[in-house]
Design a protein around this ligand. Sequence first.
Ligand code: HEC
Length: 114
Amino acid sequence: MSHAPSLRLFLLVGLIIGLAGLAPASPATAADGNAKAGKAIYEKHCIACHGKTGKGIGTLPNLSDPRTLAGRPDAQLFEKITNGGQGSGMPAWGGVLSEPQRWDVLAYIKTLAK
Ligand code: HEC
């Protein structure tokens, strides 16, 4: 049985990988989003109201001003993008964009404030 030790090693490695897969995933943040992919989404779906620079039309929150999103948790902004403003004029994107796409566009929005 000269193969037994390598078989045991194989099983051990498999067990470790299996257990790692069971570890709870940490909550997603804008850092998980791809701002480059988000730019294309923004230009397609958001630019009409929020404008190329993020300044926005009329009285919209100015996303190009760092104070607008300062101190706002990613989860809260993600929720706003997903469910919209409920009567505020901000549409809900949960049924239009996938979850990774919503993180991508949030990651891009965060690059607008300089
Ligand atoms: C039809 C116009 C319209 C479009 C299109 C639109 N928004 Fe908005 N958005 C608004 C309005 C109006 C507000 C302000 C009211 C509110 O926060 O609910 C807003 C607010 C926001 C806020 C919150 C800002 C804050 O300070 O709370 C975020 C984030 C946002 N939009 C992201 C997006 C993204 C991402 C898209 C594209 C996927 C998008 N918006 C498309 C109208 C729009």
